[in-house]
Design a protein around this ligand. Structure first.
Ligand SMILES: C[S@@+](CC[C@H](N)C(=O)[O-])C[C@H]1O[C@@H](n2cnc3c(N)ncnc32)[C@H](O)[C@@H]1O
Length: 233
């Protein structure tokens, strides 16, 4: 075997083997009504909320049900912060955050082009100049490396069909002292009126975050239905 062909064999083997750990993280079952049948660390991943349901994200009752101003207070933002709103949908949170970081900026990322279009409309209506909509992929939010102070994920993480790859991309985009803020419907509470796979327990989320090297630094439990759980390296 020549030196060149030996190198090719080693390179091919490396590529095959390096994909195995990620693939091995996911297994498959018969899908539940609100799940996709793919299991990650004991949790069935939920369906993606389609852009057809975008009006639900902008419903007036959301102010009392989810209290977005309290979520944003819990993020303890500085006026210069760069924030990434991952799975931003119509930009409901991106626009509210933009007003709290007048010298900073917000990246509003989503995988649905239709949501990105709706986000552009929301930005124009709100007249904010520091939100940048960004189309990502299901395995990569495409954040600039080491650029973000806070990442916010509201009601989105449980829908990621490649959560491990997404979290690696998010962590790659974080500054060294950056934080990741999750807002998830409380999976421990059966009275929260949300489909089961669209909720998350704190124990499950902390287990999944420890697999990517993040630990819980703060929790805010004053919302009617949701956890606010903040993680860092
Ligand atoms: C229930 S909506 C929440 C939207 C927004 N965070 C809010 O609270 O108004 C979930 C969003 O996550 C997005 N999403 C699902 N999987 C994603 C992924 N892998 N990367 C980025 N966004 C994703 C969906 O397209 C959808 O817009």
């Amino acid at each position: 075997m020549t030196m060149r062909s030996r190198t090719t064999v080693f390179a091919t083997l490396f590529m095959l083997l390096s994909g195995i750990p990620a693939l091995a993280q996911y297994s498959h079952i018969a899908p539940s009504d609100d799940g996709i049948g793919e299991v990650y660390m004991g949790r069935e991943i939920a369906h993606v909320m389609g852009h057809e349901g975008a009006d639900w994200l902008e419903r007036p009752e959301r102010i009392t049900e989810e209290q977005p101003d309290r979520v944003i207070d819990a993020m303890q933002l500085k006026p210069t912060d760069v924030v990434a709103d991952i799975g931003a949908g119509t930009g409901y949170f991106s626009i509210r955050i933009a007003r709290k970081v007048p010298q900073g900026s917000v990246i509003g990322e989503d995988i649905q082009p239709e949501m990105i279009d709706l986000m552009h409309d929301s930005i124009a209506r709100a007249g904010v100049g520091n939100v940048r909509p960004l189309l990502g992929t299901t395995d990569d939010p495409h954040l600039p490396p080491g650029s973000v102070d806070k990442v916010l994920l509201v009601d989105a993480y449980h829908e990621f069909d490649q959560p491990l790859e997404m979290m690696r991309g998010i962590i790659n985009g974080l500054k060294p002292d950056g934080q990741v803020v999750f807002v998830e419907y409380r999976g421990e509470d059966p009275s929260v009126p949300i489909l089961p796979h669209h909720k998350m327990t704190e124990a499950q989320l902390s287990k999944e975050m420890s697999a990517v090297g993040l630990h819980l630094v703060w929790r805010y439990e004053e919302l009617p239905w949701q956890h606010v759980l903040i993680y860092s390296r």
